[in-house]
Design a protein around this ligand. Structure first.
Ligand SMILES: [Zn+2]
Length: 346
């Protein structure tokens, strides 16, 4: 994810809650923060007061640290009430990693989008022995990685299952426009795309509250990546379209994101995100006047040193920009078996 905070957003809270504590961000809406073992070192979760129980939005990554933290919250933050509904916004491990743990413990209704459920369930069934190492090898070779780095990523396999419990079943499908009544508030589901296939955002129009999950984040640009399963995909088209659609929300909307802090100035942030991608697209197009590989694009698009995990994100993001330019008809994608893919301006 790229840092690009040029627009001054308004943050009602100067600091996040401590991991074992919470902050009430609106009446009956409790903001929790859980740690992550990545450069992006935290995720926000939201507990919505639902009268006799709580509706929880997202869960934290599967780890003993998360489980221990949940045990502490069960005894304090829940005010003695059960979690009766669990909403998984999308299939990424930091969002639904503890879903199995929480559903076994509280037996809540589990709500998510069907496409997200299927994506997560499918990735869970994969092990490095079942083939994905091959896909990832082809993918990174296509991106132009050298043989040494390829050897390192070849053993990567699919590490999704390690960070996620079993996808809970049964689940309740949440689709665009569905309405959830939680504690007297009416939340309408808005399905975002680009970061994941069908990410659930929740909008309470009466109070202009918007749980954006990873669709709109402050400070960092949501990761928009092409992966090994669908290397010709164009998730950036989907993301930019979602940004446009979200501009229909009230400009005074209070945004509750899953990373960073709650903020105001949604429209300015959406404009900034779209501008950020426009700039990246222009740089990519300029660089591809001569045929170029994804790996050759990285130092042009990312000015900072990338660690191994960031390099993997960066490859996916660079490919998302290049593929979008292919969709727009600005670039050709030249793919020959066993060779790095070349992108060239038309
Ligand atoms: Zn995500």
């Amino acid at each position: 994810m790229a840092r690009n905070a040029r627009v001054e957003l308004l943050y009602p809270f100067a600091a996040p809650p401590a991991f074992e504590s919470f902050t009430e961000v609106a009446p009956g809406v409790r903001w929790l923060r859980f740690p992550l073992p990545f450069a992006l070192n935290h995720i926000n979760l939201y507990l919505l007061d639902d009268g006799d129980g709580w509706a929880l939005v997202d869960t934290g990554i599967k780890s003993d640290i998360s489980f221990d933290l949940w045990e502490r919250h069960f005894g304090t933050t829940l005010d003695g009430k059960p979690i009766t509904r669990l909403i998984g916004t999308h299939f990424h491990p930091d969002h639904i990693g503890c879903a199995q743990f929480l559903t076994e413990r509280w037996k809540p209704e589990f709500l998510t989008n069907r496409t997200e459920w299927l994506t997560g369930a499918s990735l869970q069934s994969e092990t490095s022995a079942s083939g994905p190492a091959q896909f990832w090898g082809d993918y990174y070779r296509g991106a132009g990685l050298d043989e040494e780095t390829l050897a390192a990523v070849a053993h990567r396999g699919e590490n999704y299952a390690a960070r996620v419990g079993r996808m809970p079943r049964p689940f309740t499908h949440v689709a665009e426009g569905d309405v959830l009544s939680i504690g007297g508030r009416v939340w309408r589901a808005i399905i975002g795309t680009g970061h994941s296939p069908a990410l659930i955002c929740l909008y309470c129009e009466a109070e202009k509250l918007f749980i954006s999950s990873d669709q709109v984040l402050p400070g960092i640009s949501p990761n928009i990546s092409v992966g090994a399963t669908e290397p010709t995909g164009d998730p950036l088209s989907d993301f930019l379209e979602s940004c446009q659609r979200l501009k229909a929300l009230d400009p005074e909307t209070y945004v509750l994101p899953m990373h960073g802090r709650p903020f105001y100035r949604l429209h300015e942030r959406l404009d900034e995100l779209m501008r950020h991608h426009d700039e990246r697209l222009a740089v990519t197009l300029e660089a591809a006047k001569e045929p170029i590989t994804i790996v050759e694009l990285l130092p042009i698009l990312f000015k900072r040193e990338l660690d191994f995990q960031q390099m993997q994100f960066a490859v996916g993001e660079a490919m998302a920009h290049a593929n979008h330019l292919v969709t727009r008809g600005d670039l050709s994608r030249i793919a020959e078996p066993g060779k790095p893919i070349l992108y060239r301006a038309r």
